[in-house]
Design a protein around this ligand. Structure first.
Ligand SMILES: [Zn+2]
Length: 438
């Protein structure tokens, strides 16, 4: 079979283009046709399903994917960070270097498996020193277990696991062989309030960026961690040497504690720094500086932005769409932040996408659950805009719009499948997907 023609009850090529029923043709991992149903016989018919672009999760830290449940939000944001860092230290104290790497490798594999099995094909992952691309798992030799009946499913699964029941393994390998695992956009993290540590992370990131593109990594960016965890001058010096095409990502305006520290040098961050013996006299970057730093790249992610002011939002908008804000709805709820400024961001024309953040602040890495939390928090949002935030807009934010984000000719066959109810119509499809099982 030179090509694979799949017919499905619905094909959501993009939030604006739904075929009912539709056909999609794949050849060697690439989509070569997407149409309403034709007279040509399909190789596979999925009569109770909708095909969607594989979702894109713009922000997580896969290294915490071994956590069974989120760490409690605690009394302050630095307290939670302390718990995350403390857990990492405790693990490395108990393990040899080799055991530590093996543990991280197993954790990354587990996280990627969780991401992929819930219908997400691309994940923006913040990686910390000494992460290496070789720590990522090879694509699994065995295909994910096919499901028996739609009722047993999570709501979204990768196409390859649905077709596992229908087609011989060699055909799947031929047409979907490249889509057996989620792909990573890795952002090496620059962090350190002391110059030595900060420079070490810059050098490590530099080496990663200079190496040939590794397998499993779709793209490499760089992530200055947050305005409270680094000094700006050395980071800017490093970033200014990089081409504008290298994506940047930074946690900005995440908590009120951060804003208090940046504006006044007081509050829980000051207490934490005093306890740790961190010198308190260094210049503190302001939110405006971080937005500026991000606008130095053609693709930048401002992560969280929970407490962006209207002035900040105007400044982001003036980047002309190169900076995208990443909203993590369930993490936002976990910390009990003030209502998210989604309406203001969208009104100003700022692209907004979704991320799960890590399992240290969210119960799992399921993007459909994030979408549903988004809709619950912002019921005014159209399902089309919501879906774009995890597909087309998200792929663009990571610089992958040529190969991901919609089901279109020439793009990767990165496809998610939803099982749908009998009563679903073209008009109600997206709404029912986003509102969850009834
Ligand atoms: Zn994060």
């Amino acid at each position: 079979m030179e090509t694979l023609r799949i017919q499905a009850r619905f094909i959501v090529a993009s939030p604006q283009e739904i075929h009912h029923p539709g056909q999609l043709v794949i050849r060697g991992g690439t989509i070569i046709e997407v149409t309403p149903k034709t007279h040509l016989p399909a190789d596979v018919e999925l009569t109770h399903h909708a095909l969607l672009p594989g979702l894109v999760n713009c922000h997580t830290h896969l290294e915490f994917s071994d956590l069974a449940s989120p760490l409690p939000a605690g009394g302050s944001f630095p307290e939670w960070i302390g718990a995350v860092v403390g857990r990492r230290r405790e693990l490395s104290r108990l393990q040899t270097v080799k055991q530590g790497i093996e543990h991280t490798q197993a954790t990354l594999a587990r996280g990627l498996e969780e991401v992929f099995s819930s219908g997400t094909n691309v994940v923006g992952d913040i990686v910390s020193m000494p992460w290496q691309p070789s720590w990522l798992p090879a694509a699994p030799a065995v295909l994910p277990t096919p499901f028996a009946t739609p009722r047993q499913l999570p709501a979204l699964v990768p196409l390859v696991s649905v077709l596992g029941e229908e087609l011989p393994a060699e055909l799947l390998q031929l047409h979907l062989g490249g889509q057996r695992a989620a792909h990573v956009v890795a952002f090496p993290e620059l962090i350190g309030l002391d110059t030595e540590r900060l420079n070490a992370t810059c050098q490590w990131a530099q080496q990663l960026l200079q190496a040939p593109a590794p397998a499993g990594v779709e793209q490499l960016g760089v992530s200055p961690h947050a305005p409270y965890s680094l000094t700006l001058a050395p980071v800017l010096e490093f970033l200014n040497r990089l081409p504008r095409s290298v994506p940047r990502a930074m946690h900005v305006a995440e908590s009120l504690d951060e804003l208090e520290w940046l504006a006044h040098g007081s509050g829980p961050f000051r207490d934490a720094f005093e306890r740790l013996g961190v010198p308190l006299d260094a210049e503190r970057p302001q939110i405006e500086h971080c937005i500026d730093l991000l606008s130095g790249s053609d693709r930048a992610l401002l992560i969280h932005g929970n407490y962006l002011t209207s002035h900040n939002i105007d400044q982001i908008a003036s980047s002309g769409g190169t900076t995208t804000v990443v909203y993590c709805p369930r993490t936002h709820l976990h910390f009990g932040h003030r209502p998210y400024p989604l309406k203001q961001l969208l009104k100003a024309g700022v692209p907004v996408v979704l991320g799960t953040d890590s399992r240290a602040s969210t119960p799992d890495l399921d993007m459909l659950a994030e979408l549903r939390a988004l809709r619950e928090q912002h019921p005014w949002l159209s399902p089309e805009t919501a879906l774009a935030m995890v597909t087309s807009t998200a792929a663009r934010a990571l610089g992958l719009e040529r190969i991901h984000g919609t089901l279109a000719v020439g793009k990767r066959a990165a496809i998610a499948v939803a099982s749908i109810s009998e009563t679903c119509s073209k008009a109600t499809l997206l709404e029912s997907l986003l509102s969850g099982p009834s």
